[in-house]
Design a protein around this ligand. Structure first.
Ligand code: AMP
Length: 371
């Protein structure tokens, strides 16, 4: 049986979401506003997304029977995390359209394949090298120079699976600590700022990009996003164009985020692509309160085969993540004039765990901005 790769949903139809974290929760809430139902699949019984949907499947991603039953209950399938196991995606895609398409996961799950793909489009990245042995690491250091960043090819996020090398003597220890033979070495980028572009692409190829977002990390975890980013109009247009080209080259349907570094290249500002996230992204949470249509709604519209919205930005926006114990300050935030508080309903606040976020919008005089 061949399954069509696209669908057009009608209100009352059901979207299957793989993953039950805060992204799945916010996707399901956006779908509900459009009259669409969601069924969430997650192995974790405490999944925050389970709280906002009527139907859930709590099973391991390798549970073939559970995957088949899940697919039978939904009209289209999407995911809120990029590390969906290839075998699970294959089982699901044989039964229902999976959007963004399964082949996109193969590109974005592996930093080497992803960087080769971006470079192949003529888009700049940091210098990088494939590294699969201590000897290869030393050769890569000789070519790329120091400092450099050693990263696992797969399963890295929020700074996990990566380490900065400052001296050649760090190489053997860093290699041993990495715990895998599958890595890349990247030149350390002395960036001026980190930005991201959230782009939505519909099944008919239309693309809508939100305004470029400036991101501040603490301990490798996103802490604050500010919109608009402090970039010239030309550089912002260049960043959006890069996201659009990546989305088109992937024949992407849904929302994706492209993380970039802004660098000073021989006196001229330029952007390098760091990473592609094939999903809604933390740096797009500001759109929930700061724009007329959120990244979550754009994603739902795209995978439903509906027209994308043309979002208007309500002003200058700041999004602050509440990480770990910071969640205990939620009552203070509730009293801050103009602040909109989002709590994810998670259990214990472990260090580094994203527990909620706060958006603050400062309206700007004049007509609404087109993101
Ligand atoms: P990543 O997991 O690749 O998104 O990296 C997490 C964070 O580490 C980035 O947001 C940057 O702050 C930092 N980082 C990653 N790669 C580099 C690099 N090549 N040069 C400088 N900083 C980096």
């Amino acid at each position: 049986m061949t399954v069509p790769s696209r669908v057009t949903l009608k209100p009352g139809d059901t979207i299957g979401i793989l993953g039950g974290g805060q992204l799945g929760r916010m996707l399901a809430m956006a779908a509900a506003r459009l009259g669409l139902r969601c069924r969430v699949f997650s192995p974790d019984p405490d999944s925050p997304a389970f709280d906002v949907v009527a139907n859930a499947t709590c099973a391991e991603y390798a549970d073939v029977e559970a995957l088949e039953l899940f697919a039978a209950e939904v009209d289209v399938i999407t995911y809120e995390f990029e590390n969906v196991p290839a075998a699970s995606a294959m089982i699901l895609a044989a039964r229902r359209p999976v959007l963004p398409e399964r082949k996109i996961l193969e590109t974005t799950q592996d930093r080497l394949i992803e960087k080769d793909f971006v470079k192949g489009l003529g888009i700049r990245t940091a210098d990088y090298a494939d590294v699969s042995s201590p000897q290869a690491l030393r050769a890569a250091i000789a070519r790329i120079g120091l400092p450099a960043v050693l990263k696992t090819r797969r399963f890295g996020y929020d700074g996990k699976g990566q380490t900065i090398l400052r001296a050649i003597d760090d190489a053997d220890r860093a290699w041993a600590d990495l715990g895998t033979k599958s890595a890349i070495l990247e030149a350390f980028v002395p960036f001026e700022r980190e930005v991201s572009v959230i782009a939505a692409r519909s099944a008919d190829g239309g693309v809508e990009c939100f305004d470029v977002t400036e991101n501040e990390h603490r301990d490798h975890i996103l802490k604050i996003s500010r919109v608009p980013a402090a970039l010239s109009d030309a550089l912002a247009a260049q960043a959006r164009d890069i996201a659009q080209r990546i989305a088109a080259a992937l024949d992407y349907v849904g929302v994706l985020a492209v993380e970039m570094f802004v660098v000073n290249s021989d006196g001229k500002p330029d952007v390098l692509v760091n990473e592609i996230a094939p999903r809604v992204h933390n740096s797009g949470h500001w759109t929930l309160d700061g724009a007329s249509i959120s990244q979550f709604e754009q994603h739902i519209r795209a995978i439903a085969g509906w027209p994308l919205g043309k979002p208007l930005r309500h002003g200058e926006v700041t999004m602050t993540n509440l990480i770990g114990d910071e969640i205990n300050s939620y009552k203070d935030w509730l009293g801050v004039p103009g602040a909109t508080v989002h709590l994810y309903g998670k259990g214990a606040p472990r260090p580094g765990r994203k527990m909620g976020h706060v958006t603050q919008v400062t309206p700007v005089a004049g007509p609404p901005k087109s993101p």
